[in-house]
Design a protein around this ligand. Sequence first.
Ligand code: URA
Ligand code: SF4
Length: 448
Amino acid sequence: MRQVAVENFQEWREKARALVAGSVPPDDVRFTDGLQDSLFADVPMPAAGSRGRISVPRAFLARAEIVSLHRDPKRWDLLYRALFRIVNDGLSNEPDELLAMEQAVGRDIHKMHAFVRFRKIVEDDGQPQYVAWYRPDHHIVKHVAPWFAERFGAMHWAILTPDLSAYWDTKTLRFGDGVPRSAAPQEDELEELWRSYYASIFNPARVNVRAMTREMPVRHWSTMPEATLIPTLVSNARAREQQMRERAPGSAEPFVPVGAELPVLAAAVRACKGCELYACATQPVFGEGPERARLMLVGEQPGDQEDLQGRPFVGPAGQLLDRALQEAGVDRSSVYVTNAVKHFKFEERGKRRIHKKPDGGEVAACRPWLTAEIERVDPQLIVALGATAALSLGGREFAIQKERGRMMPLPGGRQLLITVHPSFLLRVPEAAKAAEFARFVQDLRLAS
Ligand code: URA
Ligand code: SF4
């Protein structure tokens, strides 16, 4: 019997390849987890033999990688047996036991996506950090961490689990030792937000109590505040469904978590189906900037670049805006920058995606997100860049050129200032460019 220790899938893959190439039958190998077995060092890998490089179907490897995350130490042997059969007998159907493992890991991944709850803690340097403690059934932390990094990219967070912990600092993902439950913070500012988030993204048309209780094993309930909401949600579901249907033609409102902080709003907008625009865009583009900015700039909607990068005003109009802000003496990093509509509306022309103006219904549908941003950031002055932003903020059509450049009162003691959209400056005839740019800068200077 040959003992082979493997620590991860990559290692299993290399060693299993060598063993198959050396025609070592499954009954002669025992894989073990981790490094504790030094036996392997004593048993040299077989020489490649006459087989040369073996080829393994990509689909099998992809599924084997999922199976490798299963906690059962037998998984490596089972995988080797399957690999051996594929290579030698051309058999591609996997044994039931492997399929069951694959499904169990899949379910575990799905649950971790759904049930990790970040709690806010404030560090010494005043930077908010978000910490979650979670106990997955299988070794899935490294597999799911990139998903959280993408979804909560703007937050500093840690996901602590008994075996392994993942840390994200908005740029890099790191892994460290596991920690006991007691190391995760108990009290929780975010709790209420998560509850309202869940209450609002809850889709009443799909209430299925049996499926819900099946999806939420009892041991999760202690880490799941919103579980207490479920009975209410279920009983309100019918009424909410009715309401949602009546709220035609579409509104983001049921998707907006009430009173939530910016990172929670930015996460929640990804689930928005308040109008049709979510369907064709790459991703929503939420606002960016300090939580307490005194000045907020509102554009129309993301453009091609913004849609791809997931950030507002990073394309050509954004570069022009940056130049104008600089000239006006405004530091962009002190300003909250967002759009009236969060998804890119476009028309495909060949390979290009041509911007299409959002209509009044879409602007109105998306307004709850802008409202939530305004409530959170609480700016003193909001600058509407162009007609769409002016419509959303001022509630009517404006003649931009006539009404630009003066302060107008908004509810809540705020001021509204209307000016042109930077992309207007990109289209102005060459001869008028300098003068129009100067007027735009002048408006921004007034704002500052
Ligand atoms: N135009 C906008 O209105 N917003 C952006 O984010 C980019 C271009
Ligand atoms: Fe929701 Fe606004 Fe996107 Fe429409 S454009 S789906 S309302 S976020």
